[in-house]
Write a protein that binds this ligand. Structure first.
Ligand SMILES: NC(=O)c1ccc[n+]([C@@H]2O[C@H](COP(=O)([O-])OP(=O)(O)OC[C@H]3O[C@@H](n4cnc5c(N)ncnc54)[C@H](OP(=O)(O)O)[C@@H]3O)[C@@H](O)[C@H]2O)c1
Length: 168
């Protein structure tokens, strides 16, 4: 556990990943699965979201019922009209230090750059497998399945929700 976090606070990567590793295309997600949005909401409600500035821009507003920390290198960046609801961090360490003061677990919700930064610290992953191979420009980082245990799987038509914990 990074020293910045509260004892017991988990670092959970939450992502939807196509069979070819694609998670994004042109600043958006190249599929629409409403039930996966519902799963994302249920998984993240009451927790703290950590996201890259590009992912924040693609959403365009803080998501209700969750604290939001945006990671950017730009010292001048703010969330504009939502600045009072969106914390800004200039490194992952700073984001975790802010999250230690915010509710629930740390839910790292992308995109690729922020998943890659957080992967070494992640304690859990909640991955939606999307059984398609769309074109895209953004991919989930490589991760070593041998270092992880799949603890649950919910199969749907053409996609599945999977839960992983780092191996002890
Ligand atoms: N399928 C999914 O589950 C899922 C989830 C989330 C996002 N996405 C998709 O992923 C794409 C966006 O991903 P992305 O990888 O391009 O962008 P991103 O990770 O969302 O954000 C990248 C930005 O984060 C900031 N950043 C990165 N490393 C940093 C560091 N070490 N210190 C401080 N700031 C840092 C920079 O912001 P500044 O440029 O402001 O400095 C950088 O431009 C979109 O297509 C989105 O729709 C998919």
């Amino acid at each position: 556990m990074p020293s910045e976090l509260r004892p017991g606070q988990r670092v959970v990567l939450v992502a939807a990943v196509a069979d070819n590793g694609v998670i994004g295309a042109d600043g958006d997600i190249p599929w629409r699965i409403p039930e996966d949005f519902a799963h994302f909401k249920a998984t993240t409600l009451g927790h703290t979201l950590v996201m890259g500035r590009a992912t924040y821009d693609s959403i365009g507003r803080p998501l209700p019922g969750r604290a939001t920390v945006v990671v950017t290198r730009d010292p001048a960046w703010t969330a504009g009209e939502y600045a009072d609801q969106v914390r800004v961090a200039h490194s992952l360490d700073e984001a975790l230090a802010l999250a230690a003061e915010l509710p629930g677990d740390v839910m790292v919700v992308g995109g690729a750059q922020i998943y890659a930064l957080a992967m070494p610290l992640a304690t859990h992953q909640v991955l939606t497998e999307v059984h398609r191979s769309p074109e895209g420009d953004t991919r989930y980082p490589a991760w070593d399945r041998d270092g992880w245990v799949e603890t649950a799987r919910d199969e749907r038509e053409g996609w599945a929700i999977t839960w992983w914990e780092r191996a002890p």
